[in-house]
Write a protein that binds this ligand. Structure first.
Ligand SMILES: *[C@@H]1O[C@H](CO)[C@@H](O)[C@H](O)[C@H]1NC(C)=O
Ligand SMILES: *[C@@H]1O[C@H](CO)[C@@H](O)[C@H](O)[C@H]1NC(C)=O
Length: 299
């Protein structure tokens, strides 16, 4: 008598006995890998690992995004692997057992909660599942820009400058530094966020303060705007290439900015000692500095 002919109750009894008497473990989901951050336009590799109990036969592996199924592997089906259309979820490749799926290309809609669900055959239909969240990251293609600065300031003048980030997602965070020190809260206006049609955002942060003698005590008055996307980190090689490109951006920024704003503005990319992309969050640091020379101080 094969399993297919046995009475379901009998199989149920056998399975329960095996579990109780011999401590036989049942279907178990061992690992689900969903990359937490994926750069726009790149590949997202998802994988799911499970272990079948001795009494289990694999029935199905199903993949969901935000509760909607987009891929299914049912070994007994006439079409064992099936894709279901879902906006932003393009299955480029899948492994024969449905454990690995690759999505390409990542678009903003690709972000969301991914679930892998593995089921065993009747009569128990054991089902295990796990989920992970994916955020699609769009890096700004240029560093922050500073507007409203003047060539010279006198003591008592008001400095009113504005820093605007490149378009990104998630939103870029901005911070102002005066002579290397974080600008006091009273000098800052609340940041403004502009959302564009394509889902990307720009952030602006205005700085407004009165020039005091202390600002020139150490020579030039330096204003720096720092842009960060603190959660941009990846763990695979493919994504570390993105990190390299990032540094390239801030370097080229140095050149263009230094060239276009001549002597009074110096743009400083600040990759610093870049943390290892493999195991540490990678900070995107792009900043622009303004030096106001003390020599030009009298107008
Ligand atoms: C599935 O993904 C895992 C983890 O990323 C990887 O180690 C494994 O080689 C992949 N298997 C296939 C068949 O692609
Ligand atoms: C700063 O610049 C942004 C973008 O140009 C603008 O939307 C915002 O109103 C400006 N803020 C101030 C205080 O000037």
């Amino acid at each position: 008598m094969t399993a297919a002919h046995a009475h379901p109750c009998l199989l149920l009894c056998v399975a329960m006995l095996l579990t109780r008497e011999y401590g036989v473990t049942s279907l178990e989901l061992l690992e689900l890998r969903v990359p937490a951050h994926v750069a726009l336009g790149t590949r997202a590799a998802l994988s799911c690992r499970w272990a079948l109990g001795p009494a289990d036969v694999l029935y199905s592996v199903k993949w969901y995004k935000d509760g909607k199924e987009f891929f299914r592997h049912v070994p007994r089906d006439h079409e064992p692997r099936r894709k279901f259309p879902l906006p932003g979820v393009d299955v480029e490749k899948s492994s024969p057992n449905g454990a690995n799926v690759t999505l390409y290309p990542a678009v903003l809609e690709t972000g969301g909660r991914y679930r892998c669900e593995v089921s065993g055959e009747r009569p128990l239909f054991p089902t295990v599942s796990d989920h992970g969240d994916m955020v699609i990251v769009a890096l700004p293609d240029h560093g922050p820009t500073i507007t409203g600065s003047r060539l010279r300031y006198q003591i008592g003048d008001r400095v009113q400058v504005n820093c605007t980030s490149g378009r990104s997602r998630p939103a870029t965070r901005l911070a102002w530094y005066i002579n290397g020190e974080p600008a006091p809260a009273v000098a800052l206006l609340p940041p403004t966020h502009e959302k564009h049609e394509d889902g990307l955002e720009t952030t602006s942060l205005a700085l407004d303060f009165k020039v005091k003698p202390k600002h020139f005590r150490k020579g030039d008055l330096k204003l720096k705007c720092l842009a960060t996307i603190a959660t941009v980190y990846w763990r695979s090689n493919e994504e570390s290439v993105q990190g390299e490109r990032l540094k390239g951006y801030s370097r080229s920024r140095e050149l263009t900015e230094g060239g276009s704003r001549a002597d009074r503005v110096q743009a400083a990319g600040k990759p610093g000692s870049a943390p290892s992309l493999a195991d540490a969050p990678y900070l995107l640091l792009l900043c622009v500095m303004i030096h106001i020379s003390q020599n030009k101080f009298h107008s």
